[in-house]
Ligand binder design. Structure first.
Ligand code: FUB
Length: 337
């Protein structure tokens, strides 16, 4: 039984520029053509999960895992979907990076995020270590389309590092080392947040983006399940995440620091449907601004040929109210611009 499965059972029982990497909103990019219509899922022919967004050079990139599972997660590589009009999407004909890039890992190309700093692209990914346990690695490239190489040759964060940092005796005491999200501030400082099964941690990254600086700060927003996604807007930090338990909602919280404490703000999306006979659907959000409009990117499990372990990435417009709160989003069959 994987730690994900064990954790899921536990939760069920307990019930308890132009870079979005640095979150710089570039409104000079051309907006999608008025009255054009997108489609959801964005690329119907492939199964993609756990989206994150990077806007670079007026191109909207979505990094996503390649879902190949039937009754459980099976992901060995990651896609990069891209579009400049948010209607026509390309995916380079196949995955851009695989678990094989990390010599110390052997499986689980799970929820990742790519960011840019000083024209270098860093891709933070959770993978299964050959000697056991999930860990976060980081790959580096000069282009969002690669080729990517392991930037360290070892995990950036794993249970060993977390146990030493926290004085834990057992690996099960650590926060689940999955679902990394990275925020690069305008001053170049960067923060890594990760976690799952109701616990979340944030730590500052070194200036080189491939080392840790400071302490692991465990500060978890209310209703957090997994899939944190950290952005900054108008001096406020927004954390969007899969809430409750599968079938997960998409909820959000805000804070005046990337370390929290987080104030729960509400629900953005209700639980997504799963196909009959399938496990409850997961949820995984990313939000980003492009040409002056914010978007919610997420995955769905009810597409043709799809399922809970054959998910597909979709997106819809996202609207902020004047007081900074976010309006609920209802999944559509495609954005109308
Ligand atoms: O894709 C594997 C896992 O499913 C991710 O790590 C979670 O966020 C959930 O989407």
């Amino acid at each position: 039984m994987t730690r994900y499965t064990v954790g899921l059972v536990w939760v069920m029982v307990v019930l308890s520029a132009c870079s979005s990497g640095d979150q710089v909103a570039r409104t000079e990019c051309a907006a999608p053509v008025s009255e054009s219509v997108g489609s959801n899922p964005l690329v119907p022919g492939i199964f993609t999960a756990d989206p994150a967004v990077l806007v670079d050079d007026c191109t909207f990139y979505i990094t996503a895992g390649h879902d190949e599972g039937v009754t459980d997660f099976s992901l060995k590589d990651w896609y990069v979907l891209s579009s400049s009009d948010l209607v026509t999407w390309s995916y380079r004909g196949g995955p851009v990076m695989s678990v094989d890039v990390f010599s110390w890992a052997d499986a689980n190309a799970w929820a990742s995020q790519m960011v840019e700093k000083d024209s270098v692209f860093y891709w933070y990914v959770p993978v299964n270590k050959i000697d056991g346990g999930m860990a976060i690695g980081v790959a580096r490239a000069d282009s969002p389309l690669g080729p990517f190489v392991d930037a360290i040759g070892a995990p950036l964060v794993d249970d060993v590092i977390e146990m030493a940092a926290n004085g834990y005796e057992f690996d099960y005491q650590t926060v689940y080392t999955i679902d990394p999200t990275v925020l690069v501030e305008e001053d170049g400082r960067a923060y890594l947040t990760y976690g799952g099964f109701g616990r979340m941690v944030t730590i500052e990254l070194g200036a080189d983006m491939i080392s840790l600086k400071g302490e692991l700060v465990e500060e978890t927003p209310e209703h957090f399940f997994e899939a944190p996604y950290l952005v900054k807007k108008d001096s406020n930090y927004y954390l969007v995440y899969a809430g409750q338990i599968n079938p997960a909602t998409i909820d959000y919280a805000t804070a005046s620091s990337p370390f929290g404490p987080w104030t729960y703000r509400g629900r953005i999306m209700e639980p997504l449907p799963n196909l009959p006979g399938e496990d409850y659907a997961t949820s995984h959000p990313a939000i980003a601004e492009f040409a002056g409009q914010w978007y919610l990117v997420y995955h769905r499990s009810d597409g043709e040929g799809g399922g809970t372990y054959r998910r597909q990435v979709a997106m819809d417009k996202l609207f902020f109210n004047e007081d900074g709160t976010i309006q609920p989003v209802v999944p559509s069959s495609g954005i109308r611009f």
